[in-house]
Design a binder for this molecule. Structure first.
Ligand SMILES: O=C(O)Cc1cc(O)ccc1O
Ligand SMILES: [Fe+2]
Length: 446
């Protein structure tokens, strides 16, 4: 199965300098890559006879007629057309569930979880997907699902495809080697990977077991936020989004293609691999991005800015400024605010906030919020620094302070996140989470 051809033999992570191959890069750009020179047609997409006897296939990520700024599509030149596949049949999806989530009512309580327990031996990425909850509906193309993954076994002779949503993968442990139709991408802890809806991929584990988070976006695809008065630069730079270099596989013989469609899993046994793309061009491509390249902006006078300043990617809704979901990173940065309570403030938000921790600690929580764990602060639920953090930050009179001991993130979504039963009843849920805000004394002096 590992018979990969082309220049993209596991394109380096984005932390590495582009090698001689210079992987295609740039969010939203018209990119292209060919594993064999002279494969891409010039001046047209669908010649009568594409080079090298390949089949041309368009993959759309937007309706044909969406405005240019939102329009996304790629052309794939492949050994066999994707259309040549047998019927699919439904299979059990285990711990993976799809929106709408209707088993439980939306729960107003603040929740926190420890990391997922280790997977049963032999768990691959698809089997290791574990749904926490979500909102919206895969059928009417809205909302998100929040999943965690844990796996100790590479996918072999199995390929996954999510027709329901784009996948934002946030590794927390171990490296994902994503063998996509567009070529290979590596995503290690500190990176994110973004896989467009419908793109097929296999997950290998070059460093052993993996663990992490997934935001499955059923709404408008993630894009970079507008910068407004920030100007032409800042936050995530488009050029730091790195795409794969084309690389095709030759495997003949049965390959299981598992498709998530309408919230359920469907399977079909193909007689050839769907990872048989020799060249591609277009605007719809998978990316990997190194969160350490995020240019963190903040206050240099006073007050703690709202965390929207840390938005890496946003999935807009039809209401200007209101996201279906934002992906926000809390990266190392300096805090210098004068006469300012520096950690996140106490607040109640119209949005629902799911947070995860990639490494280290988070400045609003002294303990209990651990790498691989997660917290959910539902819409309008009061939250903020725990008691210990509040007391420490209120007492200190400090100069500039570097926050460099952690990497946290948030999926912030406009609708309540309804939990799955497995998330509510999980042994790794911290049932005493509310206690972190116990003992906040009455200090009032009338
Ligand atoms: O709740 C949280 O920790 C996330 C968060 C961080 C912040 O700096 C301000 C508001 C906010 O919701
Ligand atoms: Fe918050």
């Amino acid at each position: 199965m590992d018979d990969t051809h082309g220049s993209g033999h596991g394109a380096g992570g984005p932390g590495e300098r582009p090698g001689p191959g210079h992987p295609p890069a740039g969010f939203g750009n018209e990119l292209s890559s060919e594993a064999l020179p002279g494969t891409l047609p010039i001046g047209r997409n669908s010649p009568r006879r594409p080079a090298r006897g390949l089949y041309a296939e368009q993959l759309s990520g937007s309706a044909f007629t969406e405005p240019r700024a939102d329009n996304r599509r790629s052309w794939l030149y492949r050994i066999r057309p994707s259309a040549a596949h047998p019927p699919m049949r439904r299979v059990e999806s285990g711990t993976l569930f799809g929106a709408p989530f209707t088993d439980l009512p939306p729960d107003p309580n603040r929740m926190r979880w420890n990391p997922l327990p280790d997977p049963a031996p032999g768990t691959d990425f698809v089997r290791g997907l574990w749904t926490l909850g979500g909102n919206g509906d895969v059928r009417t193309r809205s909302g998100v699902a929040i999943h965690l993954y844990h796996a100790d076994t590479p996918m072999t002779d199995r390929v996954f495809c999510d027709a329901d949503g784009e996948l934002l993968l946030v590794p927390e442990r171990g490296t994902l080697l994503l063998r996509t139709e567009f070529g290979p991408l590596r995503a290690a802890p500190g990176h994110i990977a973004l896989i467009p809806r419908g793109v097929r991929f296999r997950v290998e584990l070059p460093d052993g077991p993996v663990r992490g988070y997934v935001c499955e976006n059923h709404g408008r695809p993630f894009t970079l936020p507008e910068l407004g008065p920030i100007g032409a630069n800042g936050l995530a730079a488009p050029r730091d989004f790195i795409a794969p270099e084309a690389a095709w596989e030759e495997a003949e013989g049965p390959v299981e293609v598992i498709t998530k469609y309408g919230g359920a899993l469907w399977t079909a046994e193909w007689d050839h691999t769907p990872l048989d793309v020799v060249a591609w061009h277009g605007t719809l491509v998978p990316y990997v991005y190194d969160l350490r390249r995020f240019n963190v902006l903040g206050s240099i006078s006073f007050d703690h800015p709202d965390p929207s300043i840390f938005t890496v990617l946003t999935s807009p809704s039809d209401t200007p400024g209101l996201a279906n979901v934002d992906f926000v990173v809390f990266a190392p940065r300096w805090l210098v605010g004068e006469d300012t309570f520096r950690p996140p403030y106490f607040h109640r938000n119209v949005m629902s906030e799911y947070m995860g921790l990639i490494e280290g600690a988070y400045d609003a929580k002294a303990e209990g919020f651990v790498p691989g764990g997660g917290s959910l602060h539902p819409m309008m639920s009061a939250h903020g620094p725990d008691r210990e953090t509040f007391e420490r930050a209120s007492a200190e009179e400090r100069g500039p302070q570097k926050i460099d001991d952690g990497l946290a993130f948030m999926f912030e979504t406009r609708w309540p996140v309804t939990l799955t039963e497995q998330a509510l009843n999980a042994g790794h849920r911290q049932r005493d989470y509310d206690r972190v805000w116990e003992g906040l004394e009455r200090n009032f002096r009338p």
